[in-house]
Design a protein around this ligand. Structure first.
Ligand code: HEM
Length: 428
Protein backbone atom coordinates (compact mmCIF):
# COMPACT_ATOMS: atom_id res chain seq x y z
CA UNK A 1 0.00 0.00 0.00
CA UNK A 2 1.03 3.56 -0.60
CA UNK A 3 1.65 5.35 2.66
CA UNK A 4 2.37 8.84 1.25
CA UNK A 5 -0.17 11.43 2.40
CA UNK A 6 -2.39 13.59 0.17
CA UNK A 7 -1.22 17.22 0.44
CA UNK A 8 -4.51 19.11 0.05
CA UNK A 9 -2.88 22.12 1.74
CA UNK A 10 -0.67 22.62 -1.33
CA UNK A 11 -3.58 22.92 -3.80
CA UNK A 12 -3.73 26.07 -6.00
CA UNK A 13 -6.57 28.64 -5.70
CA UNK A 14 -9.96 27.26 -6.80
CA UNK A 15 -10.22 29.80 -9.65
CA UNK A 16 -7.31 28.17 -11.51
CA UNK A 17 -8.67 24.67 -12.18
CA UNK A 18 -12.26 25.91 -12.54
CA UNK A 19 -11.34 28.39 -15.29
CA UNK A 20 -9.91 25.47 -17.30
CA UNK A 21 -12.93 23.28 -16.57
CA UNK A 22 -15.24 25.95 -18.02
CA UNK A 23 -13.45 25.70 -21.39
CA UNK A 24 -14.67 22.09 -21.74
CA UNK A 25 -18.37 22.86 -22.41
CA UNK A 26 -17.43 25.73 -24.76
CA UNK A 27 -15.21 23.39 -26.81
CA UNK A 28 -17.85 20.65 -26.90
CA UNK A 29 -20.45 23.19 -28.07
CA UNK A 30 -18.24 24.40 -30.95
CA UNK A 31 -17.41 20.79 -31.92
CA UNK A 32 -21.12 19.90 -31.86
CA UNK A 33 -22.04 22.92 -34.00
CA UNK A 34 -19.33 22.02 -36.48
CA UNK A 35 -20.69 18.50 -36.80
CA UNK A 36 -24.25 19.83 -37.05
CA UNK A 37 -23.31 22.14 -39.92
CA UNK A 38 -20.84 19.93 -41.80
CA UNK A 39 -22.51 16.54 -41.22
CA UNK A 40 -20.91 13.22 -42.21
CA UNK A 41 -18.16 14.87 -44.32
CA UNK A 42 -16.21 15.29 -41.09
CA UNK A 43 -16.49 11.64 -40.09
CA UNK A 44 -15.40 9.93 -43.30
CA UNK A 45 -11.60 10.25 -43.05
CA UNK A 46 -8.96 11.65 -40.71
CA UNK A 47 -7.15 13.32 -43.61
CA UNK A 48 -9.78 16.06 -44.04
CA UNK A 49 -8.65 19.35 -42.38
CA UNK A 50 -12.16 19.85 -40.91
CA UNK A 51 -11.87 16.46 -39.18
CA UNK A 52 -8.49 17.43 -37.71
CA UNK A 53 -10.15 20.62 -36.43
CA UNK A 54 -12.96 18.57 -34.84
CA UNK A 55 -10.40 16.18 -33.28
CA UNK A 56 -8.48 19.04 -31.64
CA UNK A 57 -11.61 20.68 -30.28
CA UNK A 58 -11.88 17.33 -28.47
CA UNK A 59 -8.25 16.63 -27.58
CA UNK A 60 -7.06 20.16 -26.76
CA UNK A 61 -10.31 22.03 -26.07
CA UNK A 62 -12.39 19.49 -24.17
CA UNK A 63 -10.04 16.84 -22.75
CA UNK A 64 -6.97 19.08 -22.72
CA UNK A 65 -8.54 21.82 -20.64
CA UNK A 66 -10.02 19.37 -18.12
CA UNK A 67 -6.74 17.48 -17.83
CA UNK A 68 -4.60 20.63 -17.53
CA UNK A 69 -6.92 22.00 -14.82
CA UNK A 70 -6.86 18.64 -13.04
CA UNK A 71 -3.05 18.32 -13.21
CA UNK A 72 -2.52 21.79 -11.76
CA UNK A 73 -4.64 20.64 -8.86
CA UNK A 74 -3.33 17.09 -8.55
CA UNK A 75 0.44 17.49 -8.92
CA UNK A 76 0.77 19.34 -5.59
CA UNK A 77 -1.82 17.16 -3.86
CA UNK A 78 -0.73 13.71 -5.07
CA UNK A 79 2.99 14.26 -5.78
CA UNK A 80 3.41 16.59 -2.78
CA UNK A 81 5.27 19.19 -4.84
CA UNK A 82 3.78 22.66 -5.44
CA UNK A 83 3.74 23.88 -9.05
CA UNK A 84 6.16 26.86 -9.16
CA UNK A 85 4.65 30.12 -10.43
CA UNK A 86 1.21 28.51 -10.64
CA UNK A 87 -0.22 31.96 -11.46
CA UNK A 88 1.27 31.54 -14.96
CA UNK A 89 -1.68 29.23 -15.60
CA UNK A 90 -3.76 32.42 -15.94
CA UNK A 91 -1.75 33.12 -19.09
CA UNK A 92 -1.91 29.52 -20.30
CA UNK A 93 -5.70 29.60 -20.53
CA UNK A 94 -6.10 32.55 -22.96
CA UNK A 95 -3.14 31.30 -25.02
CA UNK A 96 -4.72 27.84 -25.25
CA UNK A 97 -8.06 29.36 -26.27
CA UNK A 98 -6.45 31.57 -28.92
CA UNK A 99 -4.28 28.67 -30.14
CA UNK A 100 -7.17 26.21 -30.48
CA UNK A 101 -9.38 28.91 -32.06
CA UNK A 102 -6.75 29.81 -34.67
CA UNK A 103 -5.94 26.15 -35.37
CA UNK A 104 -9.61 25.34 -35.93
CA UNK A 105 -10.11 28.49 -38.03
CA UNK A 106 -7.01 27.79 -40.13
CA UNK A 107 -7.96 24.15 -40.74
CA UNK A 108 -11.58 24.98 -41.59
CA UNK A 109 -10.41 27.70 -43.95
CA UNK A 110 -7.97 25.33 -45.75
CA UNK A 111 -7.48 26.55 -49.33
CA UNK A 112 -8.28 30.20 -48.46
CA UNK A 113 -5.41 32.72 -48.61
CA UNK A 114 -5.74 33.64 -44.90
CA UNK A 115 -5.64 30.03 -43.59
CA UNK A 116 -1.83 29.53 -43.41
CA UNK A 117 -1.42 32.70 -41.31
CA UNK A 118 -4.05 31.44 -38.85
CA UNK A 119 -2.28 28.09 -38.51
CA UNK A 120 1.08 29.81 -37.96
CA UNK A 121 -0.55 32.04 -35.31
CA UNK A 122 -1.96 28.89 -33.68
CA UNK A 123 1.50 27.31 -33.59
CA UNK A 124 2.91 30.30 -31.78
CA UNK A 125 0.06 30.58 -29.27
CA UNK A 126 0.08 26.82 -28.57
CA UNK A 127 3.87 26.76 -28.23
CA UNK A 128 3.65 29.50 -25.60
CA UNK A 129 0.64 27.93 -23.84
CA UNK A 130 2.24 24.51 -23.53
CA UNK A 131 5.67 25.88 -22.57
CA UNK A 132 4.12 27.92 -19.77
CA UNK A 133 2.15 24.89 -18.61
CA UNK A 134 4.66 22.09 -19.09
CA UNK A 135 7.77 23.82 -17.72
CA UNK A 136 6.42 24.49 -14.18
CA UNK A 137 4.42 21.24 -13.98
CA UNK A 138 7.40 19.25 -15.28
CA UNK A 139 9.67 20.97 -12.75
CA UNK A 140 7.28 20.15 -9.91
CA UNK A 141 7.20 16.50 -10.95
CA UNK A 142 11.00 16.31 -11.27
CA UNK A 143 11.46 17.93 -7.85
CA UNK A 144 8.86 15.70 -6.21
CA UNK A 145 10.34 12.91 -4.08
CA UNK A 146 7.12 10.93 -4.40
CA UNK A 147 7.64 7.33 -5.46
CA UNK A 148 3.93 6.49 -5.62
CA UNK A 149 2.89 4.92 -8.92
CA UNK A 150 0.46 7.78 -9.49
CA UNK A 151 3.38 10.22 -9.54
CA UNK A 152 5.21 8.05 -12.08
CA UNK A 153 2.04 7.91 -14.17
CA UNK A 154 1.80 11.73 -14.08
CA UNK A 155 5.47 12.01 -15.08
CA UNK A 156 4.88 9.67 -18.02
CA UNK A 157 1.75 11.61 -19.04
CA UNK A 158 3.57 14.96 -18.97
CA UNK A 159 6.53 13.58 -20.95
CA UNK A 160 4.19 12.14 -23.59
CA UNK A 161 2.20 15.39 -23.77
CA UNK A 162 5.42 17.33 -24.39
CA UNK A 163 6.37 14.99 -27.24
CA UNK A 164 2.82 14.92 -28.69
CA UNK A 165 2.71 18.73 -28.67
CA UNK A 166 6.15 18.95 -30.31
CA UNK A 167 5.06 16.54 -33.05
CA UNK A 168 1.72 18.39 -33.45
CA UNK A 169 3.44 21.76 -33.80
CA UNK A 170 5.84 20.37 -36.43
CA UNK A 171 3.01 18.75 -38.37
CA UNK A 172 0.87 21.89 -38.21
CA UNK A 173 3.55 23.68 -40.28
CA UNK A 174 2.38 21.50 -43.18
CA UNK A 175 -1.06 23.17 -42.91
CA UNK A 176 0.44 26.62 -42.47
CA UNK A 177 2.15 27.01 -45.83
CA UNK A 178 5.33 25.24 -44.63
CA UNK A 179 6.47 21.67 -45.05
CA UNK A 180 5.29 18.50 -43.41
CA UNK A 181 8.13 16.97 -41.32
CA UNK A 182 8.04 13.48 -42.86
CA UNK A 183 5.74 10.68 -44.09
CA UNK A 184 2.30 11.88 -42.99
CA UNK A 185 0.80 8.54 -41.93
CA UNK A 186 3.73 7.58 -39.72
CA UNK A 187 3.93 10.99 -38.06
CA UNK A 188 0.21 10.96 -37.29
CA UNK A 189 0.54 7.46 -35.88
CA UNK A 190 3.35 8.52 -33.51
CA UNK A 191 1.50 11.72 -32.49
CA UNK A 192 -1.75 9.82 -31.92
CA UNK A 193 -0.03 7.16 -29.76
CA UNK A 194 1.77 9.76 -27.65
CA UNK A 195 -1.44 11.78 -27.25
CA UNK A 196 -4.03 9.08 -26.69
CA UNK A 197 -2.02 6.32 -24.99
CA UNK A 198 0.77 8.28 -23.32
CA UNK A 199 -0.94 11.51 -22.28
CA UNK A 200 -4.61 10.56 -21.92
CA UNK A 201 -4.07 6.88 -21.04
CA UNK A 202 -1.35 7.41 -18.44
CA UNK A 203 -3.06 10.34 -16.75
CA UNK A 204 -6.47 8.65 -16.55
CA UNK A 205 -4.88 5.48 -15.17
CA UNK A 206 -2.59 7.12 -12.64
CA UNK A 207 -4.94 9.73 -11.26
CA UNK A 208 -7.86 7.41 -10.96
CA UNK A 209 -5.92 4.81 -8.96
CA UNK A 210 -6.11 7.47 -6.23
CA UNK A 211 -9.47 9.02 -6.96
CA UNK A 212 -11.65 5.92 -7.40
CA UNK A 213 -10.99 4.39 -3.94
CA UNK A 214 -11.29 7.85 -2.33
CA UNK A 215 -14.59 8.90 -3.92
CA UNK A 216 -16.35 5.56 -4.24
CA UNK A 217 -14.94 3.70 -1.21
CA UNK A 218 -13.63 0.81 -3.28
CA UNK A 219 -10.68 -1.48 -2.73
CA UNK A 220 -7.52 -0.04 -4.31
CA UNK A 221 -6.16 -1.40 -7.58
CA UNK A 222 -3.34 -3.74 -6.37
CA UNK A 223 0.10 -2.07 -6.65
CA UNK A 224 1.66 -4.88 -8.80
CA UNK A 225 -1.21 -4.48 -11.29
CA UNK A 226 -0.64 -0.70 -11.44
CA UNK A 227 3.02 -1.31 -12.06
CA UNK A 228 2.13 -3.68 -14.91
CA UNK A 229 -0.08 -0.98 -16.47
CA UNK A 230 2.77 1.55 -16.35
CA UNK A 231 5.30 -0.99 -17.61
CA UNK A 232 3.12 -1.63 -20.69
CA UNK A 233 1.98 1.96 -21.26
CA UNK A 234 5.44 3.55 -21.27
CA UNK A 235 6.95 1.47 -24.12
CA UNK A 236 3.57 1.37 -25.94
CA UNK A 237 3.53 5.18 -26.14
CA UNK A 238 7.25 5.96 -26.43
CA UNK A 239 8.72 3.19 -28.62
CA UNK A 240 6.63 3.78 -31.80
CA UNK A 241 7.87 7.37 -32.27
CA UNK A 242 11.41 6.22 -31.49
CA UNK A 243 11.13 3.41 -34.05
CA UNK A 244 9.80 5.86 -36.64
CA UNK A 245 12.62 8.27 -35.93
CA UNK A 246 15.07 5.41 -36.52
CA UNK A 247 13.40 4.64 -39.85
CA UNK A 248 11.56 1.45 -38.83
CA UNK A 249 8.57 0.32 -40.91
CA UNK A 250 5.07 1.58 -40.02
CA UNK A 251 4.09 -2.05 -39.34
CA UNK A 252 6.78 -2.41 -36.66
CA UNK A 253 5.76 0.81 -34.94
CA UNK A 254 2.10 -0.27 -35.00
CA UNK A 255 3.10 -3.54 -33.32
CA UNK A 256 5.15 -1.65 -30.73
CA UNK A 257 2.04 0.33 -29.74
CA UNK A 258 0.28 -2.97 -28.87
CA UNK A 259 1.29 -3.13 -25.16
CA UNK A 260 0.05 0.45 -24.68
CA UNK A 261 -3.32 -0.42 -26.23
CA UNK A 262 -3.60 -3.47 -23.95
CA UNK A 263 -2.72 -1.42 -20.86
CA UNK A 264 -4.87 1.67 -21.56
CA UNK A 265 -7.96 0.12 -23.08
CA UNK A 266 -8.07 -3.45 -21.71
CA UNK A 267 -6.05 -4.05 -18.54
CA UNK A 268 -6.56 -0.80 -16.65
CA UNK A 269 -10.31 -0.54 -17.45
CA UNK A 270 -10.71 -4.15 -16.25
CA UNK A 271 -8.82 -3.36 -13.01
CA UNK A 272 -10.90 -0.24 -12.37
CA UNK A 273 -14.19 -2.01 -13.20
CA UNK A 274 -13.21 -4.73 -10.71
CA UNK A 275 -12.30 -2.15 -8.08
CA UNK A 276 -15.64 -0.37 -8.60
CA UNK A 277 -17.48 -3.69 -8.10
CA UNK A 278 -16.02 -3.87 -4.56
CA UNK A 279 -17.44 -0.53 -3.41
CA UNK A 280 -19.12 -0.67 -0.08
CA UNK A 281 -21.52 2.29 -0.41
CA UNK A 282 -24.30 1.17 -2.76
CA UNK A 283 -26.03 4.54 -3.19
CA UNK A 284 -26.46 5.24 -6.97
CA UNK A 285 -24.17 7.95 -8.23
CA UNK A 286 -24.36 9.48 -11.75
CA UNK A 287 -20.59 9.93 -11.96
CA UNK A 288 -20.12 6.24 -11.25
CA UNK A 289 -22.43 5.36 -14.14
CA UNK A 290 -20.27 7.59 -16.37
CA UNK A 291 -17.23 5.69 -15.17
CA UNK A 292 -18.84 2.37 -15.95
CA UNK A 293 -19.96 3.49 -19.43
CA UNK A 294 -16.54 5.02 -20.17
CA UNK A 295 -14.76 1.87 -19.02
CA UNK A 296 -17.08 -0.34 -21.11
CA UNK A 297 -16.20 1.67 -24.24
CA UNK A 298 -12.45 1.12 -23.74
CA UNK A 299 -12.32 -2.53 -24.97
CA UNK A 300 -14.25 -1.45 -28.08
CA UNK A 301 -11.50 1.10 -28.69
CA UNK A 302 -8.92 -1.70 -28.44
CA UNK A 303 -10.84 -3.75 -31.05
CA UNK A 304 -11.15 -0.73 -33.34
CA UNK A 305 -7.41 -0.03 -32.94
CA UNK A 306 -6.76 -3.57 -34.18
CA UNK A 307 -9.19 -3.08 -37.09
CA UNK A 308 -7.54 0.19 -38.09
CA UNK A 309 -4.13 -1.52 -38.08
CA UNK A 310 -5.43 -4.31 -40.36
CA UNK A 311 -7.82 -2.44 -42.67
CA UNK A 312 -7.30 0.40 -45.14
CA UNK A 313 -10.82 1.81 -44.56
CA UNK A 314 -10.17 5.42 -43.37
CA UNK A 315 -13.21 5.33 -41.09
CA UNK A 316 -11.53 2.98 -38.57
CA UNK A 317 -9.04 5.58 -37.26
CA UNK A 318 -11.86 8.16 -37.11
CA UNK A 319 -13.97 5.72 -35.09
CA UNK A 320 -10.99 5.00 -32.83
CA UNK A 321 -10.40 8.68 -32.06
CA UNK A 322 -14.14 9.27 -31.58
CA UNK A 323 -14.48 6.34 -29.16
CA UNK A 324 -11.41 7.28 -27.13
CA UNK A 325 -11.75 11.06 -27.04
CA UNK A 326 -15.51 11.60 -26.74
CA UNK A 327 -16.62 8.12 -25.62
CA UNK A 328 -14.15 6.59 -23.16
CA UNK A 329 -12.01 9.49 -21.85
CA UNK A 330 -14.63 12.18 -22.56
CA UNK A 331 -17.35 10.45 -20.55
CA UNK A 332 -15.01 9.74 -17.67
CA UNK A 333 -13.75 13.35 -17.67
CA UNK A 334 -17.36 14.62 -17.67
CA UNK A 335 -18.29 12.21 -14.87
CA UNK A 336 -15.24 13.20 -12.83
CA UNK A 337 -16.09 16.89 -13.19
CA UNK A 338 -19.47 16.20 -11.59
CA UNK A 339 -17.63 14.64 -8.63
CA UNK A 340 -14.35 16.56 -8.37
CA UNK A 341 -15.77 20.06 -8.76
CA UNK A 342 -18.24 19.70 -5.85
CA UNK A 343 -15.34 18.29 -3.80
CA UNK A 344 -13.03 21.20 -4.66
CA UNK A 345 -15.71 23.83 -4.06
CA UNK A 346 -16.68 22.24 -0.77
CA UNK A 347 -13.04 21.91 0.27
CA UNK A 348 -12.07 25.51 -0.60
CA UNK A 349 -15.25 27.25 0.58
CA UNK A 350 -16.65 25.17 3.39
CA UNK A 351 -14.15 22.76 4.94
CA UNK A 352 -12.65 25.46 7.17
CA UNK A 353 -16.09 26.42 8.50
CA UNK A 354 -17.27 22.99 9.66
CA UNK A 355 -18.51 23.25 13.28
CA UNK A 356 -18.83 27.06 13.11
CA UNK A 357 -21.71 27.47 10.61
CA UNK A 358 -24.17 25.08 8.94
CA UNK A 359 -22.27 23.96 5.83
CA UNK A 360 -23.96 22.36 2.81
CA UNK A 361 -23.11 18.71 2.11
CA UNK A 362 -20.87 18.02 -0.88
CA UNK A 363 -23.63 16.00 -2.55
CA UNK A 364 -26.14 18.86 -2.28
CA UNK A 365 -23.95 21.15 -4.44
CA UNK A 366 -25.00 19.36 -7.66
CA UNK A 367 -28.47 17.82 -8.05
CA UNK A 368 -28.19 14.19 -9.24
CA UNK A 369 -30.86 14.75 -11.91
CA UNK A 370 -28.88 17.48 -13.65
CA UNK A 371 -25.71 15.37 -13.66
CA UNK A 372 -27.71 12.36 -14.93
CA UNK A 373 -29.21 14.39 -17.80
CA UNK A 374 -25.79 15.71 -18.86
CA UNK A 375 -24.12 12.32 -18.73
CA UNK A 376 -26.99 10.62 -20.57
CA UNK A 377 -26.84 13.21 -23.38
CA UNK A 378 -23.07 12.64 -23.53
CA UNK A 379 -23.43 8.86 -23.79
CA UNK A 380 -26.17 9.17 -26.43
CA UNK A 381 -24.08 11.56 -28.54
CA UNK A 382 -21.12 9.15 -28.34
CA UNK A 383 -23.29 6.21 -29.48
CA UNK A 384 -25.00 8.17 -32.28
CA UNK A 385 -21.64 9.54 -33.46
CA UNK A 386 -20.19 6.01 -33.62
CA UNK A 387 -23.23 4.86 -35.64
CA UNK A 388 -22.79 7.86 -37.95
CA UNK A 389 -19.15 6.93 -38.60
CA UNK A 390 -20.06 3.28 -39.25
CA UNK A 391 -23.06 4.01 -41.51
CA UNK A 392 -21.74 7.12 -43.26
CA UNK A 393 -25.22 8.69 -42.81
CA UNK A 394 -24.99 12.47 -42.63
CA UNK A 395 -28.29 12.98 -40.73
CA UNK A 396 -26.90 10.76 -37.94
CA UNK A 397 -23.71 12.86 -37.84
CA UNK A 398 -25.84 16.01 -37.51
CA UNK A 399 -27.90 14.38 -34.76
CA UNK A 400 -24.66 13.51 -32.93
CA UNK A 401 -23.65 17.18 -33.29
CA UNK A 402 -26.96 18.32 -31.86
CA UNK A 403 -26.59 15.94 -28.92
CA UNK A 404 -23.06 17.25 -28.34
CA UNK A 405 -24.41 20.80 -28.16
CA UNK A 406 -27.04 19.61 -25.65
CA UNK A 407 -24.31 17.84 -23.64
CA UNK A 408 -22.24 21.03 -23.64
CA UNK A 409 -25.21 23.09 -22.39
CA UNK A 410 -25.95 20.62 -19.61
CA UNK A 411 -22.28 20.39 -18.61
CA UNK A 412 -22.09 24.17 -18.39
CA UNK A 413 -25.21 24.16 -16.20
CA UNK A 414 -23.63 21.47 -13.97
CA UNK A 415 -20.47 23.53 -13.48
CA UNK A 416 -22.32 26.81 -12.88
CA UNK A 417 -24.70 25.26 -10.34
CA UNK A 418 -21.75 23.95 -8.32
CA UNK A 419 -19.84 27.25 -8.55
CA UNK A 420 -22.81 29.49 -7.64
CA UNK A 421 -22.22 31.38 -4.37
CA UNK A 422 -24.18 30.08 -1.38
CA UNK A 423 -24.88 31.75 1.97
CA UNK A 424 -23.86 30.00 5.17
CA UNK A 425 -26.53 29.75 7.87
CA UNK A 426 -25.95 29.81 11.62
CA UNK A 427 -25.73 26.54 13.55
CA UNK A 428 -28.47 25.37 15.88
C1 HEM B 1 -0.04 21.85 -29.73
C2 HEM B 1 -0.74 20.78 -29.74
C3 HEM B 1 -1.12 20.01 -31.00
C4 HEM B 1 -1.03 20.37 -32.32
C5 HEM B 1 -0.51 21.67 -32.90
C6 HEM B 1 -1.53 19.26 -33.09
C7 HEM B 1 -1.56 19.20 -34.48
C8 HEM B 1 -1.99 18.15 -35.23
C9 HEM B 1 -1.99 18.08 -36.67
C10 HEM B 1 -1.49 19.19 -37.58
C11 HEM B 1 -2.52 16.91 -37.03
C12 HEM B 1 -2.80 16.41 -38.45
C13 HEM B 1 -1.62 16.00 -39.19
C14 HEM B 1 -2.01 15.84 -40.66
O1 HEM B 1 -2.25 16.80 -41.32
O2 HEM B 1 -2.07 14.75 -41.16
C15 HEM B 1 -2.88 16.19 -35.84
C16 HEM B 1 -3.48 14.96 -35.80
C17 HEM B 1 -3.96 14.39 -34.64
N1 HEM B 1 -3.77 14.85 -33.37
FE1 HEM B 1 -2.84 16.54 -32.81
N2 HEM B 1 -1.94 18.26 -32.24
C18 HEM B 1 -1.71 18.69 -30.95
C19 HEM B 1 -1.95 18.00 -29.80
C20 HEM B 1 -2.64 16.82 -29.75
C21 HEM B 1 -2.95 16.10 -28.54
C22 HEM B 1 -2.55 16.53 -27.13
C23 HEM B 1 -3.65 14.99 -28.92
C24 HEM B 1 -4.26 13.90 -28.07
C25 HEM B 1 -4.63 14.01 -26.85
C26 HEM B 1 -3.77 15.02 -30.36
C27 HEM B 1 -4.42 14.05 -31.12
C28 HEM B 1 -4.39 13.99 -32.50
C29 HEM B 1 -5.03 12.94 -33.24
C30 HEM B 1 -5.84 11.80 -32.66
C31 HEM B 1 -4.76 13.19 -34.60
C32 HEM B 1 -5.25 12.38 -35.79
C33 HEM B 1 -6.43 13.14 -36.35
C34 HEM B 1 -7.16 12.44 -37.44
O3 HEM B 1 -6.96 11.26 -37.68
O4 HEM B 1 -8.00 13.14 -38.04
N3 HEM B 1 -3.15 16.14 -30.83
N4 HEM B 1 -2.52 16.96 -34.75
Amino acid sequence: MNTEKLRLDQAPPLSIPTAFFLVAPASAAVAGLLLLVEGGRLLASGWVPGTIALVHLGTLGFLGSVMIGALLQLVPVLAGSPVPRVGLARLVLPLLLVGVGLLVGGLLGAGQPFAPALVQGARLALLLAFTLFLAPVGLALVRSRSERDTSWGMRLAVLCLSLAVAAGLLMADGHGGGTFPGPRGTWIQAHLGLGLLGWVGALLSAVFWQVVPMFYLTRPVPPPARLAVLALLAPGALLPPLALALGASPLLSTLLAGPGVVAAWLLNPALLARAISTRTRKRPDPSLRAWQAGLAIAPLAALVALASALSADPRWPVLLVWLVVWGHAGLIAHGMLTRILPFLVWFHRWSGQVGRVRVPSMRSLLPDRLAQAGLLAHLLSAVVGALAIGSGLSPLARLAGLLMVATAGLLLAELLVVLRPRQASALG
